[in-house]
Design a protein around this ligand. Structure first.
Ligand code: URA
Length: 204
């Protein structure tokens, strides 16, 4: 196993045994899996969603339910293959009833995301939805750019050099996107996402 895969495997093992999580009991009771992330360990493009839904928790794979099918379509339309990217979430277990994650829950899981980012070192992080946008922009020195997702989606933000130095990488851009779940029944939002995916495709 190469070094990146070994480090990512360690993250997986830690999350699997994360008994401190408020979701652990629910995971065991429902025979759910934690959803760690999947894709290329050398991906240039990383997608960060919010938290797994039920289909994801049943399979242990990110974005395989209805929002995932739409993500697949958006990717296919711009010629990006899922095997070439890495897809994960901030929160790695399913919040009961698919409710929004609470700040403490985000804080518990976010260090795993930070480690995944510093291991994979993507050139572009596309955030899906406002939770991952807020977390990633706050964490990587873009907090002063924060605004509602309606004005930031599809824009490209350069991670400042201090944050890059901490990550040990030379370039990283953040592109906030709407969450595909929001576009399932909203044609206007779907068109917006399709346009924003073209921005992404031009970057990788
Ligand atoms: N929504 C998310 O944010 N992540 C998933 O993995 C699935 C749905």
């Amino acid at each position: 196993m190469d070094d990146r895969s070994a480090q990512l495997k360690k993250i997986k093992d830690e999350i699997v045994s994360l008994e401190d999580s408020p979701f652990y009991e629910d995971r065991v009771k429902n025979k759910y899996f934690p959803v760690i992330g999947e894709g290329s360990h050398t991906a240039k493009l990383m997608f960060v969603g919010e938290a797994p839904g039920e289909t994801e928790a049943k399979t242990g794979r990110p974005f395989v339910g209805r929002a995932g099918k739409l993500l697949d379509k958006l990717l296919a339309e711009v010629g990006i293959e899922r095997k070439d990217i890495y897809i994960t979430n901030i929160v790695k277990d399913r919040p009961p009833g698919n409710r929004d994650p609470l700040p403490d829950e985000i804080n518990l899981y976010a260090p795993f995301l930070d480690r995944q980012i510093s291991i994979i070192k993507p050139k572009v992080i596309a955030t899906l939805g406002r939770f991952s946008m807020q977390y990633v922009m706050n964490r990587y020195g873009l907090e002063w750019e924060l605004a509602p997702i309606s004005s930031l989606h599809g824009k490209v933000f350069d991670v400042p050099s201090e944050a890059l130095a901490k990550l040990g990488t030379d370039i990283m851009k953040v592109v906030p996107l709407y969450h595909p779940a929001a576009a399932i029944y909203n044609q206007e939002l779907l068109k917006t996402l399709q346009k924003d995916f073209q921005v992404l495709a031009s970057m990788v």
